[in-house]
Design a protein around this ligand. Structure first.
Ligand code: F6P
Length: 545
């Protein structure tokens, strides 16, 4: 099968086997699966790169798993994996390699792609980032007036924001607490205004992060930041207060940032797969180069596992295949990510781009329309907060939501026995979702008969439980790579291009065509009647503001 071809997974023998297994499994409860096999918990738990991943509470059996592995084989998932790691242009609609795995290859490794020594290039940028980060952190790199840099503001959006913002918070425990880090993404003017309002421009460094350096939101925010710095410190200050992260040196120079202060990456790093490239510069300044390298080692450990572990114990493969099973055979539409770690508060938002921009597609590589379901909706919030909000629907709603629980055994900042409480809550929620509570059990507690139906928990709501010792940079890298590869597996089964994002382009073009109409009330409007009326209403409200 050529890289541009894709098999229709729904026409494979394995898909038919899965379709035949599904009705019985839809009826079968997790209670009975655990009843049939008292050792199910450990039997369905695998380890990879320091993470323990328990799939036992997914509604899947050995037969279904065999058929899912056969599906992966018929769809050429592992051949595609090997092609990705080797630098083949598997992003066919953009004719690009997909090589985020090369960002974390150790210095001694070798990988030549399209005639370039990728490992040398990656390590060259990492060394420059490390040198710059050290100089900012120890005060050698000062602002234009000689003041020490105390504030770092990353300006970027999508993959140029969500990864850095998520990682900064996830690793805040290891960060330089004397420094302030902020992340500006939205073209809503309050975002940049709030980010700078209490800061001294003389102590502030801006990282303008944009793969293309052509993104409207980022360039506009960068322009506002530049004006703020120039007004306070003069034009010559730009050089000491702005650095860029981009693949486009020409545009960086045109914006007025010296390319000597630019950290590059490559078109083979997708935006949503870029937080371990130079896009992670803010992360490296926050936690230092050593911690950043520990994170890269965590990514690499999961890459190696995905590449070499036998399919029967391959964690990202299993995770991706179970996601396909839930989506296409159990008719589950959404996946909640529930980190029991406050520092992972931005992880669900980060995963939304990783999963939904990657697998929110309905056309296969060969251009054919799919007639099966693809990427699920991802969302979530940290526990225990979510328990007091949307978990009611998870437990008793009509929508079945697959859940990913993420828990660490050790507190970073221990207080009383709070970590044990956190863990007890995570374990309790996963168990209640899976096993529920029957009417008989409710009655046995002496609940009045009229309340019994209200207190019954249907259970049978699937979840995966990810447990690791401690939220360290290595664990974070492994966790992110786990999701990256799970997303890859799903896309490879569905035969879609998980690495393009054509769907977001039309909206950008449309916004550019509406902007001049908004700004000139005399222009005749030619959009649909709703858009035209909203433009006129906006204009009249804007004028009175
Ligand atoms: O929203 C679409 C998108 O292209 C994302 O894929 C990307 O992460 C984001 O815009 C930002 O793009 P850039 O880094 O080029 O500014």
């Amino acid at each position: 099968m050529s890289i541009r071809e894709s098999i229709d997974p729904s026409r494979t023998a394995a898909w038919q086997r899965l379709a035949a297994l599904a009705p019985a499994l839809r009826e079968k409860s997790l209670r009975s699966l655990f009843g049939d096999d008292p050792g199910r918990g450990p039997a369905w738990t695998l380890d990879a790169a320091g993470l323990m991943v328990d799939f036992s509470k997914q509604r899947v059996t050995d037969d279904a798993m065999d058929a899912l592995l056969a599906l992966a084989s018929e769809c050429g998932v592992l051949e595609r994996r090997d092609a990705m790691f080797a630098g083949t242009h598997i992003n066919t609609t953009e004719d690009r390699s997909v090589l985020h795995t090369a960002l974390r290859l150790p210095p001694g490794a070798s990988l030549s792609v399209d005639g370039s020594d990728v490992v040398a290039e990656v390590n060259d940028v990492l060394d420059r980032m490390a040198d710059f980060s050290r100089r900012v952190r120890d005060g050698q790199w000062t602002g234009a007036s000689g003041k020490r840099i105390r504030n770092v503001i990353n300006i970027g959006i999508g993959g140029s924001d969500l990864g850095p913002a998520m990682a900064y918070l996830a690793l805040r425990f290891y960060s330089d607490r004397a420094m302030t880090f902020r992340f500006v993404s939205n073209v809503d003017p309050t975002d940049i205004s709030e980010a700078i309002r209490d800061l001294d421009p003389a102590e502030t460094l801006f990282i303008v992060a944009s793969k293309t350096f052509g993104t409207q939101e980022t360039l506009t925010n960068a322009k506002a930041a530049r004006e703020w710095v120039v007004n306070a410190l003069g034009e010559s200050a730009v050089e000491k207060h702005f650095v860029a992260v981009s693949t486009n040196a020409e545009r960086v120079a045109a914006f007025g940032i010296d390319t000597a202060n630019m950290f590059g990456f490559w078109d083979w790093v997708g935006g949503r797969y870029s937080m371990d490239s130079a896009i992670g510069l803010s992360t490296m300044i926050a936690v230092g180069p050593d911690r950043f390298h520990e994170m890269l080692a965590g990514f690499h450990a999961m890459d190696q596992h995905f590449l070499h572990a036998d399919p029967t114990v391959n964690v990202p493969l299993r995770m991706g295949l179970i996601a396909v099973w839930n989506r296409d055979f159990l008719d589950i539409h959404t996946n909640a990510v529930l980190p029991y770690a406050e520092f992972l508060a931005r992880f669900p938002a980060y995963l939304q781009q990783l999963t939904m921009e990657s697998n929110g597609k309905s056309v296969r590589l060969d251009g054919a329309q799919v007639d099966y379901n693809t990427g699920a909706i991802f969302w979530g919030e940290p526990g225990t907060n979510g328990q007091h909000s949307f978990y009611q629907l998870l437990h008793q709603g009509t929508e079945i939501v697959a859940c990913d629980f993420i828990l660490f055994a050790q507190a970073l900042e221990p207080v009383f026995d709070m970590q044990d409480m956190l863990a007890a809550n995570a374990l309790a929620q996963a168990a209640v979702l899976a096993f529920g509570r029957t009417a008989e059990e409710v009655r046995a507690e002496g609940v009045p008969e009229e309340l019994v139906p209200h207190k019954v928990m249907p259970g049978n709501r699937p979840s995966t439980f990810i447990l690791a010792p401690r939220l360290e940079p290595h664990a974070l890298g492994a966790l992110i790579a786990l999701y990256e590869h799970s997303v890859f597996v799903q896309g490879a089964v569905w035969g879609i291009d998980s690495f393009d994002q054509w769907g977001v382009e039309l909206g950008k073009a449309m916004a550019n065509s509406i902007l001049p109409d908004l700004q000139d009330a005399d222009r005749p409007l030619t959009h649909d009647s709703s858009t035209d009326a909203l433009i006129r209403a906006y204009q009249s409200m804007h004028a009175t503001g």
